[in-house]
Design a protein around this ligand. Structure first.
Ligand SMILES: C[S@@+](CC[C@H](N)C(=O)[O-])C[C@H]1O[C@@H](n2cnc3c(N)ncnc32)[C@H](O)[C@@H]1O
Length: 279
């Protein structure tokens, strides 16, 4: 199904009039693909029929939004990235904080979907710090633009498929299995340090004094100038020497390399340079 550019612009205009949803965040190619999927599932042959349908059923906008915010995620997505993050980021960071007697660790999972990523971070921190964890003030800010995904994240219940990469030992240590419903529920000590919030990485003010930002599999969907805005927000949010971790399909654009050094290219781990050292 082919959607012409002027047709897409009409839909964008309609959405702007009906809601606060900002389609200009996303790549046109991506939006067209998602609209085609939505039209297909409703059985529409032409875009004009679909546009009429949206006009008559304004709630359709929210279904389309659900289609655009792809919440697919799982625990420890790309295991190699997580083992590298443990060795090259979490261990050095916690050791540095201990040596400085600095008791605060602030981590941001941006585009956290249903909580799989921030809870994975929490588990790794429990592993890295063990019984010393209680001596730190740790907050994992977990943000997303999709309120439904955040509601599910707060529940912290997962089907076994989302947990494929979780070692068996950790399943017992960090989850409780409910055999009746066939779901694993995350334990409260893992949840305690995760704070969920509605937040748009492009348009909302960034967080501050962050030690590590995980923003994985979000930037790929954004239009190029929106990616740039999000990355500038991340730069502001990070403290000097803070880390930025992107998804395996994402690269830091050339123009941002003056602000970040590469820690591990394969795992997409970057580190904010100290201001005096910007190239
Ligand atoms: C594919 S999921 C990635 C989840 C997780 N980070 C991972 O790597 O598995 C992308 C998430 O980004 C969210 N998202 C999309 N646009 C966003 C924006 N502008 N601000 C914040 N979150 C956004 C979506 O709602 C979705 O939950």
């Amino acid at each position: 199904m082919y959607i012409q550019q002027h047709e897409l612009e009409q839909l964008k205009k309609l959405l702007r009039r009906l809601t606060s949803l900002d389609l200009s965040l996303y790549k046109d190619r991506f939006i067209k693909r998602r609209i085609a999927i939505r039209m297909n599932s409703l059985g529409f042959q032409s875009f004009y029929e679909y546009l009429e349908y949206v006009r008559r059923n304004p709630n359709e906008v929210y279904n389309l939004f659900d289609n655009l915010t792809i919440n697919v995620s799982f625990f420890f997505r790309d295991p190699m990235v997580w083992s590298t993050t443990y060795r090259k980021v979490l261990k050095p960071l916690t050791e540095y904080k201990s040596s400085r007697r600095s008791r605060s660790i602030r981590i941001w999972s941006a585009g956290c979907a249903r909580g799989e990523e921030p809870y994975s971070i929490s588990i790794l921190l429990h592993e890295a710090l063990g019984s010393e964890l209680g001596g730190f003030t740790i907050t994992i800010f977990a943000t997303d633009i999709d309120p439904k995904a955040l509601e599910q994240a707060k529940k912290g219940e997962y089907t076994p498929q989302a947990l494929d990469n979780v070692p068996r030992m950790w399943l017992r240590k960090y989850f409780v299995y409910d055999p009746v419903r066939g779901v694993y529920k995350i334990k409260s000590h893992v949840k305690r340090i995760v704070k969920f919030m509605l937040h748009d990485v492009v348009n909302d003010p960034p967080l501050s004094q962050i030690d590590i930002i995980f923003c994985r599999y979000l930037l790929i969907y954004l239009a190029r100038d929106m990616q740039q805005k999000a990355l500038m927000n991340f730069l502001k949010a990070l403290r000097e020497g803070g880390y930025l971790i992107l998804g395996s399909a994402e690269f830091l654009p050339e123009e941002m390399h003056r602000y970040f050094e590469v820690i591990d290219l394969k795992a997409r781990i970057y580190r904010k340079r100290t201001i005096g050292k910007y190239l």
